[in-house]
Structure formats: structure tokens, C-alpha cells
Design a binder for this molecule. Sequence first.
Ligand code: NAD
Ligand code: DAU
Length: 352
Amino acid sequence: MTILVTGGAGFIGANFIIDWLQTRDEGVVNLDKLTYAGNLRNLASVEGHESYTFIRGDIGDSVLVPDLLVEHKPRAVINFAAESHVDRSIHCADDFIGTNVVGVYRLLDNVLRYWSELPEAEQAGFRFLHVSTDEVYGALEPGAPAFTEDNSYKPNNPYSASKAASDHLVRAFHHTYGLPALTSNCSNNYGPFQFPEKLVPLFIHNALAQKPLPLYGDGRQVRDWLYVRDHCAALRQVLETGEVGEVYNIGGNNEKTNLEIATMLCEILDEIRPGNGGESYKSLVSFVKDRPGHDRRYAMDSSKIRRELGWKASETVESGIRKTVLWYLENQDWVAATVGGGYRDWIRKQYR
Ligand code: NAD
Ligand code: DAU
């Protein structure tokens, strides 16, 4: 038995594959285009594993995808592949539409053809799990109840609009053609192998280099933080016992402002790697121009997945952030190999 993971060389996909191979006796085929965010170093620990196969390619490639489906005969597809960074989507959304909308449509179309030709028993057991985001629901007012699966879609930036489009396509392929699809919408992840363009790894990286920690606007925007391995555990649960056609919200129940996250990161670094010339790393925090259209607050109500599938997060934000800081400190060679020319160009463009 095999599953097909798309986008498995990225942050969450790589954590998912590593965990999968540690906890399951089932093969994984990883289809990844290796964009700037895809990094085979994330998967160095499973390279050569007898149950792991890597294929470089695009989810929107309608020659490659049908061929690999027929060759590897996966019993499930888990779609992580996406352009994922909001700030990049604000600079230019072309790749977001190309992968998150057109790519997902082509992937669905090719998976549908493959699924339609499976024997009946295999059709019944097949799953297409689409990994999506809380951002599709838009922004919450302070004090408003957390997003449930019944909230309407109100995406506010090009990234979240492109993910919302993909969620609608998944829903339509299930409703119209009966493709056994499920969707998960998750809050902000952090943990090992996250590309240092996102808040947590960017701030750890900058702090260690004694560079400013650029907080957008007043730094009071709220996110619901989830340790990546908790997300991976939730996805395995959805794949195994989730109901076809359903949507599951996944969150950490850990609402924090960006300023609180920055402070937490600095305090952990002050404790385990003091070094900012004798000053706290907090002195590096610097308030910069806000992100256009910046969503003020996200929060996920995960009661459905807890009640129906028995999943809940195991890390608190304090324990997970500490583990993450330690991982980055112990993996500075990974960071050094990740922050090359393309990364520096992005940082210059975004924070000039
Ligand atoms: P990431 O940017 O780290 O990785 C994306 C991966 O997809 C990369 O390996 C990239 O090479 C690959 N990819 C991009 N376009 C592709 C294409 N056309 N064909 C094949 N591969 C392609 O992203 P991530 O943070 O790991 O997020 C994974 C998924 O989870 C995304 O769908 C994202 O929307 C969703 N998500 C992320 C978070 C988060 O906090 N990071 C939270 C909720 C949901
Ligand atoms: O909510 C889920 C989403 O979380 C995922 O769908 C996205 O793929 C993922 O990138 C993430 O989106 P965010 O925009 O919330 O993540 P990011 O790390 O870019 O930003 C987190 C918060 O920190 C956000 O309010 C913006 C702020 N921020 C971010 C950066 C990079 C700063 O203040 N300064 C920064 O330099």
C-alpha cells in the first residue's frame, strides 16, 4: 500500500512524511516541484528509506501525474503542494493562481480519472485529503467566537483567495463526481524545517544574527499557533477515520499576538543562548509598516475533530516554541544552506 503526498519537500509535508515513515508500515511517494520553498534537505533522514520515493514534478502536469498514479497505485493522495506565503502573494499572485487554483484543479481531474478506473472495493477505500488553511474564513473581531466549519468563506489576501478557490474545487469534485475527498483547514504552524520567511523562523534567524525583528503594524495581530507535528497527527487521523465529503478545522487553541510570540522567542533565546551584546534579544524588536490588508485575528474551533475523531493538540505554544528554538539552534547548517541568494533577494525586497 502506498500514499501519494504532494508538496512533501516543504515544511509541513516533510514533517508529515518523516512522521509517516516512523509510525506507519506503508510507502510514500512524494511529488514536489521543488520551488524556492521545497528543500530535499528536509527529507535527508528518509532518503534511501525503502518505502520512500521522490518524484520531482508539478501537480498541474497532466502527463506526469496520470503516469505516476498508474505506476504507484496510491490508495490516498494528500495535497500539501501550494504557494504558501501571504507576503509573496501580495507582491505577485501569479504562482498562487497557477498552483493553488489551476494546479489543484488539474490534480483533482487526474486523480478523478484514476479513481474512476479503480475496482469498486479500492474506489470505496480511496481518499483525497486537501490540506488548507484557516485564512479562508477571513478575519475575526476581538472576542468573536473562533471559526467553525460552518463559517462562510471571506478570504482577504491573494493567498487565502487562491486556497479558498482550491477548497471549493475539492468540494465540487466530491459533490459532482463523488470523488472521496476531505478538506482540513488549519491554523498557523511552526516547528522544524519551516522556511525562514515566516514569522517564527525569521525571528529566530534574525535574532541570532543580531538583526531587527520586524513586527508588522502594532504587532497585536492574533494567530492560533499549532506545533507542526500535532498538525501531522491530525491529518493522519482525518485520513484514517474522517468522513468523506467533510471539512475538519484544526487549531492549537493557542491564541497569541505576534508581539507575544516575539517576546517568547527572545526570552527563550536569552535563557539558552544569551548573546545580543549582553542585552535582551527583545531590544531587536522593531515595528515596521503593516502588511496590506493584514487580518487582525484568526482562531480555530477544533471541537469537531476532537469530538468526532478524537484528536487534540499535544503541545502548548510554550512547549512547542521552546522545541522549535532548540531545533533551529541545533540545525544551523540547515539554516545556512537555506538562506542563500534567492532568500536574501526576498528579504531585501520585503523589508527594504
Ligand atoms: P511550503 O511553502 O513550506 O511548502 C510547499 C511545498 O509545495 C514546497 O515543497 C514546494 O516545492 C511545493 N510546491 C509548490 N508548488 C508546487 C507544484 N505546482 N507542484 C508540486 N509541488 C509544489 O508550505 P507549508 O507551510 O508546508 O504548507 C503546506 C500546505 O499547508 C499548503 O497547502 C498550505 O496552504 C497549508 N497550510 C499551511 C500552514 C502553515 O502555517 N504553514 C497552515 C495551514 C495550512
Ligand atoms: O493561518 C494559517 C497560515 O499561516 C497559512 O495558511 C500560511 O501558509 C502561513 O504562511 C501562515 O500565514 P501567516 O501570514 O499568518 O504567517 P506569517 O508567518 O507570514 O505571519 C504570521 C504573523 O506575523 C502575521 O500576522 C504577520 C506577522 N509577521 C510576519 C512576518 C513574516 C510580522 O509581523 N513580521 C514578519 O516579518
